[in-house]
Design a protein around this ligand. Structure first.
Ligand code: BES
Ligand code: MN
Ligand code: ZN
Length: 494
């Protein structure tokens, strides 16, 4: 059952139930929490007095109040009050949501006091909290047989404030929509490659479109062939599963559209240039860009922004077989440019090149693609930020600012002309790989060759789409990255 987050105005002292999540700033207990602490029999003050919990960032303490109050209170530290941002609130909510689920609390209250975040506007606070709790609580679909359900599901979380606030409530609505998008994205990301095929992505996109009233086209192999997407077809050739090209449209205004493009490689073996077996299973995440676009459309469908947005998802599987494309092959593309394939593992750019070329017919105001495109971006930026490249200063700045605001950070790499040399081919218009040096930038340059005629930005999410370890805020696995950034970008534009 999905987690439902609601808002209620209530006196903290009256809170009961299995769990109260209480994000606090560093230092002594705020005056506004005195009555709540009294209802807890002074348990909070005792916890702070012990020194076990200081309220430093990520500090947590689970407190068991006297009978009559809530069963448990989870204190979550956010550091110095003056420094507490919306991101810090979101993070505290994530930590709370994760703990609520692992404790087996069926319901929880999150007590928000503005003294814990004096610098955060109410709307931002409501949004961040509503995004954070379901994010932290997210877990794997139960594919174990029989299903493993030792603890009750965490299904209800109330955000509690002392006063009514229309801004906070509006923030909650936005946050719920973003959370739904992130949940959809992560649910798709986590699916194994044998379930989440291009055809499956097409079906899920169709279901999404029907639910929200989007226009949808799902092109099959015949339609993709007719459209002349030769680069996508070259990658798809090696697999028994058919490719798809998905087009979603939300017409919230008559203006030129923003086009969101997501790489949808449902499994990337590397093809004939096959990858080493170590961690190859993670290549089920190679459709994370596609999943992010679908999640963003879930959020768009719920918020119905006054924006014209088009989603494009080129999707296929990259397999080695007797029908696979080979190193040395020269393939054409939707734009007509020719590509010498020197490495069949540099497949994502072939799909995206065709999608970027397809986007031109919409005369877009902006095109943003996101893709688990290069291992090199993990070397450059680790798992902390996504890589950003593009052709338009204003768009790049807007994407970077959206990333800051959403706490999905991006960092720009240069697309200087010098780097174009690295993908020069003797036999075709370009090579699909420039080798190891500047691997993320040469991939960006390849895309640039197909992003003609509109402002374009590219976000490389290979290091941010999934995590290989558990953290205080989430289980190991998919992050749903880009849903918050895309939403922030679109809402800032509206
Ligand atoms: N899907 C991979 C990139 C990737 C790597 C995503 C690690 C997530 C984690 C992409 O298709 C790829 O294989 N890129 C190659 C390009 C190279 C052959 C030029 C890479 O990064 O090694
Ligand atoms: Mn690859
Ligand atoms: Zn790939």
């Amino acid at each position: 059952m999905p987690l439902v987050v609601t808002h209620r105005v209530a006196a903290a002292a009256a809170l009961k139930g299995p769990l109260v999540i209480l994000p606090v700033a560093q230092g002594p207990l705020a005056d506004s929490l005195a009555a709540f602490d009294q209802a807890c029999g002074g348990a909070l003050a005792r916890c702070l007095a012990s020194g076990d919990f200081t309220g430093a960032k990520d500090d947590t303490a689970l407190v068991y109040p006297d009978p009559g109050g809530p069963e448990r209170v989870l204190l979550v530290g956010m550091g110095e009050a003056e420094q507490v941002t919306a991101a810090a609130l979101r993070r505290a909510a994530m930590i709370g949501g994760k703990k609520a689920r692992t404790l087996g609390a069926p319901t929880a209250s999150l007590l928000f006091t503005s003294s814990a975040a004096p610098k955060v506007a109410a709307g931002r606070a409501g949004q961040a909290l509503a995004e954070g709790v379901p994010f932290g609580a997210w877990h794997y679909p139960d594919l174990k047989r029989p299903p493993e359900s030792p603890k009750p599901d965490f299904t209800q979380c109330e955000l509690i404030t002392a006063d009514a606030s229309a801004d906070f409530a509006a923030g909650l609505t936005r946050g719920n929509a973003v959370a739904a998008g992130q949940t959809l994205t992560r649910g798709l990301q986590v699916l194994p490659g044998n379930t989440c095929t291009p055809e499956y992505l097409g079906e899920r996109a169709r279901e999404l479109a029907e639910r929200h009233g989007f226009t949808i086209t799902v092109m099959d192999k015949a339609a993709i062939t007719k459209a002349g997407m030769h680069a996508l077809l070259a990658v798809a050739k090696g697999s028994a599963v058919e490719p798809r090209f998905i087009i979603l449209e939300h017409r919230g205004s008559k203006a030129a559209p923003v086009v969101l493009v997501g790489k949808g490689v449902t499994f990337d073996t590397g093809g004939i240039s096959i990858k080493p077996p170590q961690n190859m299973e993670d290549m089920k995440y190679d459709m994370s860009g596609a999943a992010a676009v679908l999640g963003a459309f879930e959020t768009i469908g719920l918020l119905k922004p006054t924006q014209h947005v088009i989603g494009l998802i080129p999707s296929c599987e990259n397999m080695p077989s007797s029908t696979a494309y080979r190193p040395g092959d020269v393939v054409s593309s939707h734009l007509g440019k020719t590509i010498e394939v020197v490495n069949t593992d540099a497949e994502g750019r072939l799909l995206l090149g065709d999608a970027l070329s397809w986007a031109r017919q919409y005369s877009p105001a902006a095109v943003i693609d996101c893709a688990t495109l290069t291992g090199a971006i993990v070397i450059a930026l680790g798992h902390t930020a996504s890589g950003l490249m593009g052709t338009d200063r204003a768009l790049l700045d807007a994407v970077r600012e959206a990333g800051e605001a959403a706490d999905e950070r991006v960092w720009e790499l240069p697309l200087w002309d010098d780097y174009r040399e690295l993908i020069k081919s003797e036999i075709a218009d370009m090579k699909n790989s420039g080798g190891r040096a500047a691997g993320s930038i040469t991939a960006g340059w390849f895309l640039r060759e197909f992003a003609e005629g509109y402002p374009w930005a590219h976000v490389d999410i290979a290091g941010t789409a999934y995590t290989d370890r558990e953290s205080p805020t989430q289980v190991k696995g998919p992050t749903g990255v880009m849903v918050r950034l895309f939403t922030e970008y679109l809402l800032a534009r509206a």
